[in-house]
Design a binder for this molecule. Structure first.
Ligand SMILES: N[C@@H](CCC(=O)N[C@@H](CS)C(=O)NCC(=O)O)C(=O)O
Length: 381
């Protein structure tokens, strides 16, 4: 174990190179130029480090700080490190750009699971050998090299169910999901032919969230790597930029400008992902009404319907998605009424159907659990 309590050793990232949210955090640590080491999330590390740190949940990424504390959840890791290391900030100064960065964080973290999981697990003939090996290398690093791929079988059985069971991807909607993915990649390719990052010459939260699925799944898994990423040279160049520590960082676009090339992406996101989030909020609110004494939310509450690019599906309802959406609302809530008016006007003129409906019961993600905010505040009184 290379993590120590020595501040000079920097941060320690418990991760897997094929994990969506791990590579998001790794790209962030690199961008900031922070000193860090990486430890693969082997079974031993899961038992001795990860589960004790999360109260029993085998999840990555986890970051151990030089002071020896653990942070779990990629967005919270970024928030906490941003509050300590304020050079090379990833938050733009203007409200419009902040809202767009937050929406892209929501898109990358919570909506691009569809293409990420679909192209990994529904193209098994291309990907299986690679992915078994990749999981095995992390989890069973102590096994002889020739046998390590066998260590990928158990995680493949678990995660391989995600597209069908968790996300409701099936024959009736997979063509629409693929069509939307290709369209999104084309839109991003066009955008990155003009700009280095989403909002100019400096990456924001949204860039890191996009990088997770685009790098760990679409650019590494053999099928999407060949068919989706390779043909798009500007996306490829952005992926390369996101994986480095730039010597110098550029600036955001001036005057809180949001490039036109992002507008169609936001339009489609607000139409589909926000529709899903509203279903989640309704179901979460109903659950809370039924369990008024509960402080902690379950990870899943039954299933909800969703729509994606004209197709429909039914997926597990994750109240966590509400919390991620609340991060967008929080960004807006901090701004002056005048700035919020400007943002609303801009969204309307761009036909971006973002209606910032507040959930009746706000949530907080803390200590690896999702809490009712009211219960958490009550606790502290
Ligand atoms: N929202 C979390 C998601 C973490 C996550 O889902 N990690 C995956 C690997 S990419 C995992 O460990 N899943 C195990 C599980 O969900 O039980 C974050 O941003 O860190």
């Amino acid at each position: 174990m290379s993590a120590t309590n020595n501040a000079e050793a920097g941060y320690c990232l418990y991760q897997s190179p094929v994990s969506y949210y791990s590579v998001k955090v790794r790209a962030y640590l690199r961008y900031k130029g922070l000193v860090f080491s990486e430890v693969p999330a082997s079974d031993k590390v899961a038992k001795e480090i990860i589960k004790p740190a999360t109260g029993g949940w085998r999840v990555i990424p986890i970051v151990k700080t030089p002071q020896g504390t653990f942070i779990q959840d990629s967005s919270i890791i970024l928030d906490e490190l941003e509050s300590i290391h304020n050079e090379r900030s990833i938050t733009p100064p203007g409200l419009k750009q902040q809202a767009v960065s937050s929406l892209f964080e929501l898109l990358g973290d919570e909506w691009l699971v569809y293409p990420a999981m679909h192209y990994r697990w529904n193209y098994k003939a291309y990907n299986l050998r690679y992915i078994l090996n990749a999981f095995g290398q992390s989890r069973k690093a102590h096994w002889p090299n020739a046998l390590r791929w066998l260590g990928g079988v158990v995680p493949a059985l678990k995660f391989g169910n995600i597209p069908r069971f968790m996300l409701g991807i099936n024959q009736s909607n997979s063509a629409a999901i693929e069509e939307w993915t290709l369209q999104l990649l084309d839109q991003l390719d066009l955008h990155f032919s003009h700009y280095d990052y989403l909002l100019g010459s400096r990456p924001c939260y949204g860039d890191f969230a996009l990088y997770g699925p685009l790098h760990a799944h679409l650019a590494l898994d053999p099928y999407p790597k060949e068919h989706l990423i390779k043909p798009r040279k500007h996306v490829t160049a952005w992926l390369e930029r996101m994986n480095t520590t730039p010597q110098q960082v550029g600036d955001w676009l001036p005057d809180d400008e949001v490039p036109d090339t992002l507008v169609p992406i936001l339009q489609s996101q607000c139409q589909d992902q926000l529709h899903y989030i509203h279903q989640v909020m309704a179901k979460t609110t109903a659950w809370i009404t039924k369990h008024p004494k509960a402080k902690i939310l379950p990870r899943f509450i039954g299933k909800v319907e969703y729509r994606l690019n004209g197709a429909a599906g039914k997926r597990l309802c994750t109240p966590y998605s509400q919390w991620m959406y609340e991060r967008v609302l929080d960004t807006i809530a901090k701004a002056s009424p005048q700035k919020v008016d400007d943002l609303t006007r801009w969204l309307n003129t761009q036909n971006i159907a973002f209606d910032p409906v507040k959930p009746p019961s706000p949530l907080v993600f803390q200590r690896s659990r999702l809490w009712r905010k009211a219960a958490l505040l009550g606790d502290r009184l």
